[in-house]
Design a protein around this ligand. Sequence first.
Ligand SMILES: [Zn+2]
Length: 98
Amino acid sequence: MASRKRHIPERTCIGCGAKQSKNELIRLVVDSGGLVVRDDWGKGRGAYVCPNNSCWKGLEKEHILRKAFGREGPIALHSELQGITWGNGNNEIEKRLF
Ligand SMILES: [Zn+2]
């Protein structure tokens, strides 16, 4: 493989399992109460997901979140991040992203 001049780290989407460059994915973290929130720059264990509807849907499944964060207890997507429709430019996350 040819070497790239600017290396952007790759991360795996927890929805589809595809590897993407980090800056094309949304970073999520879980707080101590088991709430999953968006966090672009924070430290700690993050999970990454593609900004599209099919991958985002997976975040509503507890077992996917649990596996992604290696967490035993209850875990849930923050209500602000639920029910987002990607691709219409109308949700707040998408506005901030693009
Ligand atoms: Zn994906």
